[in-house]
Design a protein around this ligand. Structure first.
Ligand SMILES: Cc1ncc(COP(=O)(O)O)c(C=O)c1O
Length: 482
């Protein structure tokens, strides 16, 4: 196992504390599995280019706190942590069938002891009550015609051309992206698309600057490819672009239309600063526009890609997981010419994992105007749910709650003033059958995680359950004693 903490020698925090905090956060988040063997002190200190002392001190602290156990003559291992009432795993995921059966509980139950989940504010969930099932059945039937034999073979490596043409037209119209179908590479979900992107970025890119809080799967994709991550703090108008110059990064990762998870929009001034930085340094801007279609106040914010005068510096990453359903596993990259050339030269080991049949059916859905109608309907529906949620928070939690990141997307954050920390807020909710989710796991620097803040997705929650759900939470989340 390699450990790659981002260490800041100029910060006031001693190196051993930074290493300790990093490893502890990785263990708590489940990114280092129980029983995993840690690298020896010598190996890790050589790898990090440090003396042995900070690594030794960090290990000692982790041992003392029970995160590690020592096995004579074998080394240090991650201790089993025991099951928290909430799952540290990404809230995008449902529990596996085995976990569900083991818990003897309804799907979504978080642990053996927690009561069955009655209400799940999972942010990866979309509304299925309004999914156009009949239309998709009809279109799937159409794809299954015997004359469509090519769809039953391995598909086009880049994605089915007819779908790429629809995506290019849609992106231009709705997100202001300027591209041709030839620039699009279809993927089986954002992380699959990022895996390809990582291959294409190397070796020119070795360090990626990033918003200081990042989706866990995105971070895992970058780290698996051994990019060093340089966290950049977030302000109310997005990433502190002025700090980019200090990082030596060759690429920067952003979610400009709706920062994940904090929800701010990258200001137009900063968009131009990012593009200027990219033009000046030859850097690449990676724009993840995972839910930019859903904006409830004012107009949708056009993509950053569409502002790039050169058309060469921005990689646009998109997905159908929010707009349609995560289960189809269809995402895409829009590659600028230099990276497209690397893709076409075959400088990667990419395999097309998105089903050609689903890709073709999605193309039929888009071509028929069904997707546009669906998006209009979902925007109205999510806007209603978003309004109901904000109203319920105001009514039942009042000044106890600060809402963060409202106005777009399918989730909000709630900072709850009072005695409870994030884990306690989650545990208390789980104890009454309601799931809310941590935010701290997304911070690249664990010690900068916000306190007492949780994430609530509203896409998959029934409108009728929102008010009563928040009322129930207000009863188990006490305010500050007067
Ligand atoms: C920042 C971000 N990007 C992308 C996605 C979607 O990932 P996928 O396309 O793999 O479903 C999510 C999931 O909710 C996300 O939070």
């Amino acid at each position: 196992m390699e450990l790659t903490p981002v260490l800041d020698e100029r910060s006031g925090t001693p190196l051993y504390e930074q290493i300790y905090a990093y490893i502890r956060a990785e263990i708590v988040a489940g990114r280092i599995a129980p029983d995993a063997k840690l690298p020896s002190i010598r190996r890790l200190s050589v790898y990090l280019g440090l003396s042995r002392t900070p690594v030794e001190l960090a290990y000692q602290q982790l041992l003392a706190e029970g995160y590690l156990t020592s096995k004579p003559r074998s080394g240090l291992f991650v201790a089993p942590l025991g099951q928290p009432a909430w799952s540290p795993r990404s809230p995008r995921q449902e529990p596996t069938a085995i976990e569900g059966a083991a818990a003897g509980a309804s799907p979504g139950a978080a642990s053996c002891n927690a009561p069955p989940v009655r209400l799940d504010f999972g942010y990866g969930h979309t509304d299925l009550e309004h999914f156009p099932f009949a239309k998709w059945r009809r279109l799937m039937n159409e794809s299954f015609l015997a004359s469509n034999r090519r769809l039953f073979r391995y598909g086009d490596l880049q994605g089915e051309p007819e779908l790429r043409a629809e995506i290019a037209a849609y992106l231009h119209q709705v997100r202001g992206v300027r591209c041709t179908p030839e620039q699009i590479v279809v993927g089986a979900g954002t992380y699959h698309s990022l895996d390809l992107l990582c291959q294409l970025l190397k070796p020119a890119v070795s360090r990626i600057a990033s918003e200081a809080a990042v989706n866990d799967g995105v971070r895992a994709a970058f780290e698996q490819h051994r990019f060093a991550m340089a966290p950049i703090p977030l302000a109310s108008d997005g990433i502190e672009t002025a700090r980019l110059a200090d990082t030596d990064a060759q690429a920067v990762y952003v979610t400009p239309s709706h920062q994940f998870p904090y929800g701010m929009v990258l200001s137009i001034g900063k968009r131009y600063e990012l593009l200027n930085w990219a033009a000046r340094t030859g850097g690449i801007v990676i724009e993840n526009d995972y839910d930019g279609e859903f904006r409830y106040y004012g107009k949708p914010v056009p993509s950053l890609q569409g502002l790039d005068p050169s058309g060469e510096r921005v990689v646009y990453v998109g997905t159908f997981s929010k707009a349609l359903t995560p289960s189809f596993r269809i995402s895409y990259l829009v590659l600028p010419a230099p990276l497209l050339a690397r893709f076409c030269d075959g400088r990667h080991s990419y395999d097309q994992l998105a089903s050609p049949i689903l890709q073709h059916t999605l193309h039929l859905f888009m071509r028929s105007g069904g997707f546009e109608r669906h998006m209009r309907k979902m925007r109205t529906l999510y806007e209603k749910k978003h309004g109901l949620l904000l109203h319920a928070v105001k009514t039942h939690l009042g000044s106890r709650a600060t809402v963060i990141g409202d106005g777009s997307g399918l989730h909000i954050l709630l900072r709850i003033s009072g005695p409870l920390c994030e884990g306690q807020l989650i545990e208390r909710a789980a104890a009454i059958g309601i799931r809310v989710y941590p935010v701290s796991t997304y911070e690249l620097e664990a010690e900068k995680a916000p306190s007492s803040t949780v994430m609530l997705g509203f896409g998959g929650v029934a409108s009728e359950q929102i008010d009563s759900g928040i009322a129930e939470l207000s009863r188990v989340w006490p305010g500050m004693a007067k």
